[in-house]
Design a protein around this ligand. Structure first.
Ligand code: ZN
Length: 92
């Protein structure tokens, strides 16, 4: 898996961010975050303030929905491997 170099992910929920900045959340001063998506981060603060386990539980249903053939168990396993590598969760 070597996608990290050409693909950017939200550093909180792991959502792929594509090639533009439009999915990024805003800092308190209105500039783009550069790390976090608009669903996780708004006006300089996280919209969701919980544990990594709670984040995984939140992320699994939309992942299953957007990836036909993926089971809930597979989605959870992927998130459990991927999320701890993201900036927000490092050292947690
Ligand atoms: Zn996010």
């Amino acid at each position: 898996m070597n996608n990290y170099e050409n693909q950017r992910f939200c550093q909180s929920c792991g959502m792929p961010m594509g090639n533009s900045d439009e999915l990024y959340g805003l800092e308190a001063d209105g500039s783009k975050s550069g790390d976090y998506c608009q669903y996780c981060y708004e006006k300089g603060a996280f919209t969701f303030d919980g544990t990594i386990e709670e984040m995984i539980t939140l992320c699994v249903p939309p992942m299953v929905e957007h990836n036909p053939g993926m089971t809930e168990k597979q989605a959870r396993q992927m998130m459990e491997q991927f999320l701890p590598s993201l900036k927000r969760w490092q050292g947690k």
